[in-house]
Design a protein. Structure first.
Length: 247
C-alpha cells in the first residue's frame, strides 16, 4: 500500500469519526430536547392534575361547610320553635288553670246562693200563721231573694260563657243549673203542694248531681293541664287548646 492510499484511508477514517461525533452531538441534542419537552409536558399535566385535585377539594370543603351551616341553622330554628311551643303550651296551661279555678269558684258561689234561696223559702213556708202574710212582710222576704237571684243569674251566665256546648258534660251542667233553679219554684204554694221537706230533698238531689257533674268537668280539665304540662312539644305541632277555655 503506497503512501497515497494510506493517506486516503486515514482521511476516510477521520471523516467517519468526525461524522460519528457530529451524529452523537445531534443525537444528544435531540434527546435533550425530547427530554425537555417530555419533562415540560409531564410538569404541565402534573400541575393540571394538582390544580384539579385542589379544585375538587375546595369544592368539597365548601359543600361540607355549607351543609354544616345549614344544619346549624336548622338546629337553631328547631330549638327556637321548640322553645316557642313550650312557651305557648305553658301559656295555654296557665289559662286553663285559671279557667278551672274561676269555674270552681263561680259554681260554689252559685250553689251557695240557690241553697240560701231554698232555705229562705223553706223558712217562710214552714212558718206557722193564723192569717195571710202582709205585703210589708212579703216585700221584706222577696227583696233579698231578688238580689240573690240577680247575683245567681250573673254567675250562671259567667259559667255558661266558659262552657263548650259541643261537649255533653257541659250541656248536662247547663241543664242541671236550670233544673236547680226550677226546683225552688216548688216552694210557691201556687206551683206545688209538696211539703217543704220533700222539696228540699228534690233540691238536694239536683244540687248533688250538679256537684258531681262539675267535679267531672273540673277533673277532665285538670287532666288536660297535666297532659300539656308534661307533653313533649316535638311530638305534635301545636297543642290545640280546649274550646271550653276562655282567656
Amino acid at each position: 500500500m503506497n503512501p497515497d492510499d494510506l493517506a486516503a484511508i486515514q482521511g476516510i477514517v477521520r471523516d467517519a469519526m468526525q461524522n460519528a461525533e457530529f451524529i452523537n452531538k445531534v443525537w444528544i441534542a435531540g434527546a435533550a430536547v425530547i427530554v425537555s419537552v417530555f419533562a415540560a409536558l409531564v410538569a404541565s399535566i402534573t400541575q393540571m392534575l394538582v390544580a384539579r385535585a385542589q379544585r375538587k377539594t375546595q369544592l368539597r370543603l365548601a359543600d361540607q361547610q355549607a351543609l354544616q351551616q345549614k344544619q346549624a341553622l336548622s338546629e337553631q330554628l328547631s330549638m327556637q320553635e321548640l322553645a316557642s311551643r313550650r312557651i305557648a303550651n305553658a301559656n295555654v296551661s296557665a289559662k286553663r288553670q285559671i279557667w278551672i279555678d274561676e269555674l270552681r269558684k263561680d259554681i260554689a258561689r252559685y250553689l251557695s246562693l240557690w241553697q240560701e234561696i231554698s232555705f229562705r223559702w223553706d223558712a217562710i213556708v214552714n212558718e206557722p200563721r193564723t192569717e195571710e202574710i202582709s205585703d210589708q212582710a212579703l216585700n221584706a222576704f222577696k227583696k233579698p231573694i231578688a238580689e240573690m237571684r240577680m247575683e245567681a243569674l250573673e254567675l250562671q251566665l259567667r259559667i255558661e260563657l266558659r262552657l263548650n256546648m259541643t261537649e255533653s258534660d257541659h250541656q248536662d251542667l247547663k241543664a242541671l243549673m236550670k233544673k236547680l233553679e226550677t226546683s225552688t219554684i216548688l216552694f210557691q204554694r201556687t206551683a206545688s203542694s209538696l211539703p217543704p221537706a220533700d222539696i228540699q230533698k228534690v233540691f238536694g238531689a239536683i244540687r248533688q248531681q250538679l256537684i258531681v257533674k262539675s267535679q267531672k268537668i273540673l277533673k277532665d280539665e285538670w287532666e288536660r293541664v297535666k297532659k300539656e304540662s308534661y307533653a313533649d312539644p316535638r311530638e305534635s305541632a301545636f297543642s290545640k287548646p280546649s274550646p271550653a277555655v276562655v282567656a
